[in-house]
Design a protein. Structure first.
Length: 120
């Protein structure tokens, strides 16, 4: 039986694009070497391709890796994936739900502060 999403100790995004031709071994090497994290930990690691229409998830489940895959179909369907190539970013379950529904995980930027000026 697969793990409930609420049971992970953390959910991590590999920001920027990842070559999704990589499978379990290649993705776990990225987690270990590039992110300096333990791929065997109780975590979910998420990776997205350059076109932002495919996503892979990697997690360890007691006696083996689980590899999740989602491909968006439809004209212009894209994940709102962080484009900056920062190493890794932690997200909440709520942010994961937003991401899977096609919304941004970052809050929208509001208006900046306006200061009163003298009109004399």
């Amino acid at each position: 039986m697969l793990k409930d999403i609420t049971n992970y100790d953390g959910i991590y995004l590999a920001c920027g694009a990842t070559d999704l031709r990589l499978s379990v071994d290649g993705l776990s090497i990225i987690v270990k070497q590039k992110f300096e994290m333990d791929p065997f930990g109780n975590y979910l690691f998420l990776f997205c391709n350059k076109s932002r229409n495919r996503l892979k998830g990697l997690s360890w489940d007691r006696n083996g890796f689980v590899l999740y895959y989602k491909r968006l179909d439809g004209a212009g369907a894209r994940f709102q994936w962080p484009k900056e190539p920062a190493d890794v970013r932690t997200i909440t379950i709520r942010q994961l739900r937003l991401l899977m529904e096609g919304m941004s995980i970052d809050p929208p930027k509001g208006f900046g502060e306006v200061k009163a000026r003298d009109f004399c």
